[in-house]
Design a binder for this molecule. Structure first.
Ligand SMILES: Cc1cc2nc3c(=O)[nH]c(=O)nc-3n(C[C@H](O)[C@H](O)[C@H](O)COP(=O)(O)OP(=O)(O)OC[C@H]3O[C@@H](n4cnc5c(N)ncnc54)[C@H](O)[C@@H]3O)c2cc1C
Length: 342
């Protein structure tokens, strides 16, 4: 395992922010991971785990050992006529996993195509898109405890998954390095095209049979045409979560703003569109120096040049304040913030 000191993190975050890490190590097997954790304990420094940096904001330099989890491998643990159980190492690329499963006739991940990042990060915020969330396919998460290397396994219930949320953002925050996940996929082609954009896609193209491959192609096509590519316009995807309101509060808001897109969650809560709220406050396309709100996507903040993470957060805080002032709704930043003492 090689340690890099004062490492520029520009290439390790999709917002292309120019922060530095005190120390950086990329680990490609379990022995290297243990070596890195032991080094951090001896040096008395914190550990920050990194995947591909597509859901972080580097607000300043990171005073820690940044461990990039790059352990690879996909193993078939069990297979029946109907299902397959896979163990996937944390350093695998998520989208490549989705492609690999389709090529091997294992179905269920198609709606989650083209989500950037690693498999190891996927349980952190219970990645979701186009009507599917990871929790519906995940059996277990395997990890090592940063404090003492102890291997731990959490079953689905222990992960306490919610919308863009899990135990890894709460009780287990900063305590574990995820090493692998076990997922259960179907060997019988079945698709989920209930999400409005997918339903509309297939309704407009009755000649296309909605097979898993067709759903994958549709998701890739829709995402590519809609979402800005971070390698061209550096971004971290959705910068804010869609706020979840009690149904009475959502009803009051809807009475005043009938166009507000809402999605019922059951159990008395309603998710409202953060993009719509931000757009109504006039932020879409706003540019402040080298940073701004994407002209086509009010939820996507872009670092067009050499702006800092702190400047980006200043812009984000202004957006949060104006949405709160106009609608009384508190937006929450989705990516994890690292750097300076927040
Ligand atoms: C253009 C774009 C589109 C996106 N679209 C979606 C979407 O549709 N749906 C969605 O849910 N998300 C989306 N995201 C967010 C992002 O892709 C996911 O959150 C992804 O899982 C992050 O993976 P990563 O490897 O880049 O994690 P990183 O950004 O490196 O890390 C994110 C967090 O996870 C922790 N972490 C990472 N790996 C591990 C590990 N092995 N063990 C412990 N902790 C770890 C980090 O410490 C950090 O707190 C999008 C992002 C972008 C840039």
């Amino acid at each position: 395992m090689k340690l890099y000191h004062d490492k520029l993190m520009y290439e390790h975050n999709t917002l292309a922010l120019h922060a530095r890490a005190d120390t950086f190590a990329c680990v490609t097997n379990d022995a290297e991971l243990l070596e890195a954790l032991a080094w951090a304990r001896t040096a008395g420094v914190d550990v920050v785990v990194l995947g591909q940096g597509s859901n972080i904001i580097l607000a300043g330099d990171v005073q820690a050992l940044v461990v990039q989890q790059a352990v690879r491998g996909i193993e078939v643990l069990d297979a029946s006529d109907t299902d397959v159980i896979l163990r996937v190492a944390a350093g695998e690329n998520w989208h490549k996993l989705v492609q690999w499963t389709l090529q091997n006739g294992y179905y269920g991940l198609e709606n989650l195509a083209l989500i950037p990042g690693t498999v190891g990060a996927s349980p952190i915020q219970n990645i979701g898109a186009y009507g599917v969330e990871l929790h519906s396919l995940l059996l277990r998460v395997h990890a090592r405890r940063i404090a003492d290397d102890k291997p731990v396994t959490l079953d689905n219930a222990a992960c306490q998954f919610g919308y863009r949320d899990s135990v890894f953002k709460r009780e287990c925050k900063d305590q574990l390095v995820i090493t692998a996940i076990d997922i259960k996929l179907s060997r019988r082609p079945s698709v989920n095209i209930g999400y409005p954009a997918l339903a509309a896609f297939f309704a407009d193209r009755p000649h296309i049979e909605p097979t898993p491959q067709a759903v994958f192609d549709a998701v890739v096509g829709i995402r590519s045409s809609k979402l800005p590519d971070p390698s061209v316009e550096p971004n971290a995807g959705s910068f804010f979560k869609n706020p979840s309101l009690r149904s009475e509060a959502a009803a009051r808001l809807l009475a005043k703003h009938p166009d507000l897109p809402c999605f019922s969650q059951g159990s008395g809560s309603v998710k409202v569109s953060a993009a719509w709220l931000i757009e109504q406050c006039g932020w879409k396309g706003h540019r402040a120096g080298d940073q701004g709100v994407h002209p086509q996507h009010a939820l996507v903040l872009v670092n067009y040049g050499s702006g800092s993470g702190a400047q980006l957060l200043t812009l984000a805080n202004k957006i949060v304040a104006s949405v709160y002032e106009k609608f009384g709704v508190a937006l929450e930043i989705e990516p994890r913030i690292y750097g300076f003492n927040l």
